[in-house]
Design a binder for this molecule. Structure first.
Ligand code: NAP
Length: 251
């Protein structure tokens, strides 16, 4: 490491940040990026061995020890979300930030032909799970001495509807609405800023499912969009609230 790099202060030193969908894709990279800036990250997802691989990567770089938290955001059980928040409270006492990044694509089909079970599954994970998690961790975010950052993950189809994107598009519109409500409810009174971030077209398994004919080499990687992820968790964005942000211009 150069002397200049060694002297650059870490932007997230001693922060505790929850990342959902941390097992792979954008969330795994965000967790690593936060840890590289000094944060202790709590890795949430369903696939334990993939969460552990991210944990190991963080450990192998000598970064602050992470925590693995296997959890299904589509479980439809508020008690489990309350237990999850209690677990974080017992282990860490607070949260300084949360990136609610986990999500599923569901079916790509016209509304008329959209499968009801597939619709409900997308809504359970992408909307109801986000609501229950945001609700249960709000008291933990309020305990941050720095002013906490809650980042909800959106999409360009959550800002303008697009044919055949069905439940996914509707779920991201719901996230934009929830962000606007939370930003008004939590910023002045609880010192929690709330924003949405649209990653834009990013080389992940979800993108490949959505666009199977596309050449992934033409897309940005998750690593390419980490600056804005770090910015939104750091003090640099302390006064940014209620904003719908884009990580890149390609949507
Ligand atoms: P991805 O590669 O499919 O990763 C999704 C992540 O969400 C995985 O870690 C997955 O882990 C987790 N997840 C899915 N269902 C879950 C559940 N029920 N409970 C807990 N975790 C769950 O997706 P991505 O491309 O990284 O996308 C991340 C976010 O960015 C999503 O919200 C997506 O809508 C948004 N986005 C992506 C793009 C893009 O081009 N990639 C563009 C716009 C928006 P497990 O399977 O282990 O649970």
């Amino acid at each position: 490491m150069s002397q200049a790099a060694a002297e650059t202060p870490l932007k997230l030193k001693d922060r505790v940040i929850l990342v959902t969908g941390a097992s792979y894709g954008i969330g795994a990279h965000a967790a690593l990026a936060y840890a590289r800036e000094g944060a202790t990250v709590i890795l949430l997802g369903r696939t334990q061995d993939m969460l552990e691989a991210v944990y190991d990567r963080i450990e192998s770089e000598g970064l602050p020890q992470a925590a693995v938290l296997p959890f299904d955001l589509g479980c439809n059980d508020e008690e489990k979300f309350i237990e999850l928040a209690d677990l974080i409270a017992a282990e860490f006492g607070r949260l300084d930030g949360a990136l609610l990044n986990a999500g599923v694509l569901g079916q790509k089909a016209p509304i008329e032909g959209y499968n009801w079970a597939a619709w409900k599954q997308v809504m359970d994970i992408n909307v109801n799970g986000q609501f229950l998690l945001a609700k249960s961790i709000t008291p933990l975010l309020e305990r941050s001495p720095h002013g906490a950052s809650l980042v909800l993950t959106s999409s360009s189809v959550g800002r303008e509807g697009r044919a055949f994107w069905g439940a996914y598009s509707v779920s991201k519109f719901a996230i934009e609405g929830m962000m606007q409500i939370l930003a008004q409810e939590l910023y002045d009174s609880r010192n929690i800023r709330v924003n949405t971030l649209n990653p834009g077209a990013t080389r992940t398994s979800m993108r490949a499912d959505a666009y199977p004919a596309e050449n992934p080499e033409h897309l940005k990687t998750a690593a390419d969009i980490m600056d804005i992820h770090v910015y939104l968790m750091s003090d640099e964005s302390k006064h940014v609230n209620g904003q719908a942000l884009d990580a890149q211009t390609v949507k």
